[in-house]
Design a protein around this ligand. Structure first.
Ligand SMILES: O=c1[nH]c(NC[C@H](O)[C@H](O)[C@H](O)CO)c([N+](=O)[O-])c(=O)[nH]1
Length: 151
């Protein structure tokens, strides 16, 4: 069984962290462009900005429990050089996103960069290593497709 990347009719919630917005805006741009390429209508996409990656899971959970989202994407950038609590922020974002998926059954995609420095983040936000926002959007559409086939 394989999912496809046909996003027509798919409703997507995106929780995006404002912290390191210079990076997360690029991730969001990549995700939105990819969702459009997959056929997801603009009107079926809701973007919610949160202060930082630590707050992503609670908003992702609200999207998933609303009954109005077939997939949820969490976008953020946690950069070690800027914080002494890097592991806590990154851990909450990762663990929280996974918990939302398992708690609700709504695919909640972890599109949060965890890097050592800004350069590594820029490379993964549309630079030479691609765009994690694009990858997250594709994962959201494909996983929703697989779940639709199973259910
Ligand atoms: O998304 C991030 N939030 C960060 N902190 C804010 C955090 O996510 C919460 O918004 C804050 O702790 C308030 O709860 C970061 N740093 O601290 O460096 C970071 O690198 N990335």
């Amino acid at each position: 069984m394989r999912g496809d990347i046909n996003g027509q009719g798919l409703r997507v919630g995106i929780a995006c962290a404002r912290f390191n917005e210079v990076i997360t805006k690029l991730l969001l741009d990549g995700a939105l462009e990819t969702l459009a390429r997959c056929g997801v209508r603009d009107s079926d996409i809701t973007v919610a900005w949160v202060p930082g990656s630590f707050e992503l899971p609670v908003v992702a959970h609200a999207f998933a429990k609303s009954g109005r989202c077939d997939a949820v994407i969490c976008l953020g950038a946690v950069i070690r050089g800027e914080t002494s609590h890097y592991d806590m922020v990154a851990g909450q974002a990762q663990g929280g996103a996974g918990a939302v998926s398992m708690d609700t059954g709504v695919p909640t995609i972890f599109g949060v960069l965890t890097t050592e420095n800004l350069e590594q983040a820029l490379n993964r936000a549309g630079g030479k290593s691609g765009n994690i926002g694009t990858n997250a959007a594709l994962a959201a559409v494909e996983t929703a497709s697989v779940l639709a086939a199973i259910n």
